[in-house]
Write a protein that binds this ligand. Structure first.
Ligand SMILES: Nc1ncnc2c1ncn2[C@@H]1O[C@H](COP(=O)(O)OP(=O)(O)OP(=O)(O)O)[C@@H](O)[C@H]1O
Ligand SMILES: [Mg+2]
Length: 507
């Protein structure tokens, strides 16, 4: 007696279809799972056996062999419980073989026989559709994720008993219907730029950074409002396109951070890890690698407050993702690429006491202390940060101003307009903003006026810029021109971009 059905597991941020083959033969009773199962899948045989028994089905004791194909991929999903159970029931002739052959099953089983939700269902469902399988059976917790994939017939069932009754035709279960999503309140940010008085240079820099997806470093004395400004960046970020939203939702699904009531994530992620985070926490890790903070910030913001407090190695591992927009983690049996196209927002004091360069306070640090403090931030990392700005203490007159400052919604409308131009520009390029442009694209999309060209030539020589810094200045100039609705980059745009790249930290 032989039967086969489909389950799924995840690899990186993608789903992989797993063919579950079950054979029942005469011989010594036994239950063997082959095909590189990991601990969670090996344990599945106890859950499956008990769940089937508690669903009121008695199986004859025989020699059971289960093969999970392809055999060269490590399977780590407890969601293979259900396809193993269904394959077994089909091999015993309890449920019809045909329906199992053309469907995918993805849920964990409780000992009682209930279906439980699993992580990573969205990428699994996407791959299921790509593999031309049209029907998927899931636990009720995963229904919203499965319904995000158009063209799939989704059945959400509570228990194994209910599923057996449906497959044998004893009970009718209707396919789940897509709910019309509640309108998302995008103007309801608790933290708004209207609360931040003064700091016009910093606000303008953050607007440019948000418009083009540029990395930014803020340096200033304690209490200047750096953290306050950074926490408000989310409120001016442009809304995500559908494709961006789907990519982010896939990552959160795999990381198990998708709330049950949530379908598509529409707000850009904002991650702010503590400085004690490890390198593996930052870029991802584990025997079967899981996404880290850089991947969880994909299409959103990674905010590193008090930058020099982070471990040196933790900061250095950021270099590859910041350059490539993705992070590759290699293990003996596989190498996995996670997307990590993010906007890095960082804040720090200029020295340990925080008052270096302050007009009112005297800095009490020695030259050695300052050197030790800033040494953790390497030149190559700084080179990858497009915008460097100083955030000085806010003046008394500005702070006590009763009129609220410009609200986030007004700033966001300008950011949205600039991002719209960029989406149009990069329609054929699979990128979304100026910061993601490659060197070749710069030539195509960044036409400079002759005045801008001569200004940049002068700056390149005077500031002895690296080629990367030069490219990054051009990208920021492109964003400033977009905010100004200008097709060409003029000398005004270039001059502002150069000013935003002050070398504030001496290494
Ligand atoms: N421009 C401002 N407008 C209104 N309030 C401000 C402003 N700047 C600072 N504040 C007030 O000061 C508090 C401290 O600011 P914040 O924590 O952002 O400082 P910081 O620059 O991050 O300091 P540190 O370097 O010590 O981390 C804020 O919570 C806010 O109440
Ligand atoms: Mg702070």
């Amino acid at each position: 007696m032989f039967a086969q059905t489909y389950g799924s597991t995840t690899f990186g941020v993608n789903g992989i279809l797993i063919q579950v083959e079950v054979d029942i033969a005469n011989g010594l009773p036994g239950f063997e799972i082959v095909g590189l199962p990991d601990a969670a899948v090996k344990e599945s045989k106890e859950r499956v056996r008990t769940a089937i028994k508690n669903s009121g089905v008695k199986l004859r004791q025989e020699k059971i062999t289960i093969n999970l194909a392809p055999a060269d991929i490590k399977k780590d999903s407890s969601g293979l419980d259900l396809p193993i159970a269904i394959g077994l029931l089909a091999a015993y002739g309890i449920v019809p073989v045909t329906i199992c052959q053309n469907s995918m099953f993805a849920a964990e089983l409780s000992l009682e026989g209930k279906l439980r939700g699993i992580h990573g269902l969205l990428p699994m469902a996407i791959h299921c559709k790509e593999s031309k399988i049209k029907t998927i059976f899931v636990a009720p917790e995963n229904i919203n994720e499965a319904l995000l994939v158009e063209g799939l017939t989704v059945y959400a069932v509570e228990t194994l008993t209910e599923l057996i009754a449906f497959l044998t035709g004893e009970k009718v279960v209707e396919p789940a219907l897509k709910k019309i999503a509640d309108p998302v309140e995008i103007d309801s940010f608790a933290e708004d730029f209207a609360d931040v008085q003064g700091q016009f240079v910093a606000k303008r820099a953050l607007e440019i950074a948000a418009a083009g997806g540029h990395n930014i470093l803020m340096v200033g004395p304690p209490g200047a409002g750096k953290t306050m400004l950074a926490r408000r960046v989310s409120s001016i970020l442009p809304t995500m396109s559908n494709q961006e939203a789907l990519e982010v939702t896939k990552i959160y699904s795999i990381a198990g951070l998708l709330r049950q009531s949530e379908g598509l994530i529409t707000n850009r992620p904002f991650r702010s890890p503590h400085h004690t985070i490890s390198s593996a926490g930052m870029i991802g890790g584990g025997t079967i690698p899981k996404p880290g903070e850089v991947t969880l910030s994909h299409h959103g913001v990674l905010f590193l407050d008090e930058l020099p407090e982070f471990g040196k190695s933790t900061l250095e591992v950021l270099r590859q993702p910041l350059e490539d927009g993705m992070v590759t983690i290699s293990r003996v049996n596989a190498s996995i690429a996670f997307p990590a196209s993010l906007m890095l927002v960082t804040a720090m004091n200029p020295c340990p006491c925080g008052f270096l360069g302050d007009s009112e306070h005297v800095c009490s640090c020695t030259a050695n202390e300052i050197k030790r403090y800033t040494k953790k931030i390497s030149g190559p990392l700084l080179d990858r940060i497009d915008i460097h700005i100083q955030v000085p203490r806010v003046e008394y007159k500005e702070l006590t101003e009763t009129k609220p400052a410009e609200a986030s919604i007004v700033i966001r409308s300008r950011v949205e307009a600039a991002r719209c131009v960029q989406l149009n520009r990069f329609k054929k390029n699979k990128i979304f903003c100026n910061a993601q442009m490659s060197h070749a694209m710069l030539k195509r999309h960044c036409a400079l006026t002759p005045e801008a060209e001569s200004l940049l030539e002068l700056v390149f020589k005077k500031m002895s810029l690296s080629a990367r810094s030069y490219d990054r200045i051009i990208k920021v100039s492109r964003t400033i021109a977009d905010l100004d609705h200008s097709e060409q980059i003029t000398d005004h745009h270039a001059a502002e971009a150069v000013q935003l790249r002050n070398n504030l930290i001496q290494i």
